[in-house]
Design a protein around this ligand. Structure first.
Ligand SMILES: [Zn+2]
Length: 143
């Protein structure tokens, strides 16, 4: 009985840049408020302010003027749908008065976009890295 090896078929996935093969890793890092490219902590100077570049990998976060417009859209969609879902859930199951519901709705409409703001930015960067991965040996967006 001869042992024959079947030829290994070249994988298309191996030709893809690393970032295209692992969107879950990029989204996981984004949800932890880390650099989606390298996973470094401390990319925010405070809750709202993002550093210009990643302290570890040098990724320039705002690639061009208006870059974070997509992050604002993500923030608006996620926060408002989440707030709407909470209010609808409380309408169905809750025992709050109309005034209490109105106050809660306003608090959620203002608070959720604020809470989700940094995550919307890192998620947007992760999406951008999946769509436009930095090329091979260059430092990401190094000038
Ligand atoms: Zn980084």
């Amino acid at each position: 009985m001869s042992e024959q090896r079947r030829p290994v078929k070249p994988s298309h996935a191996a030709d893809l840049p690393v970032e295209r093969r692992r969107p879950r890793v990029l989204f996981g890092r984004a949800l932890l408020r880390r650099c989606p490219h390298c996973g470094a902590k401390g990319i925010f100077t405070n809750w709202m302010a993002l550093q210009e570049r990643c302290p570890r990998c040098g990724l320039q976060f705002e690639r061009e003027e208006g870059y974070f417009l997509g992050a604002y859209a993500i923030n608006l969609i996620v926060a408002e749908f989440l707030g709407f879902g909470i209010v609808v859930l409380l309408l169905i199951r809750g025992d709050l008065s109309v005034l209490q519901m109105q106050i809660l709705a306003v608090v959620l409409a203002v608070g959720l976009p604020f809470l989700f703001f940094p995550y919307s930015r890192t998620l947007w960067m992760a999406i951008d890295l999946i769509v436009h991965p930095p090329r091979g040996d260059r430092r990401p967006n190094a000038r």
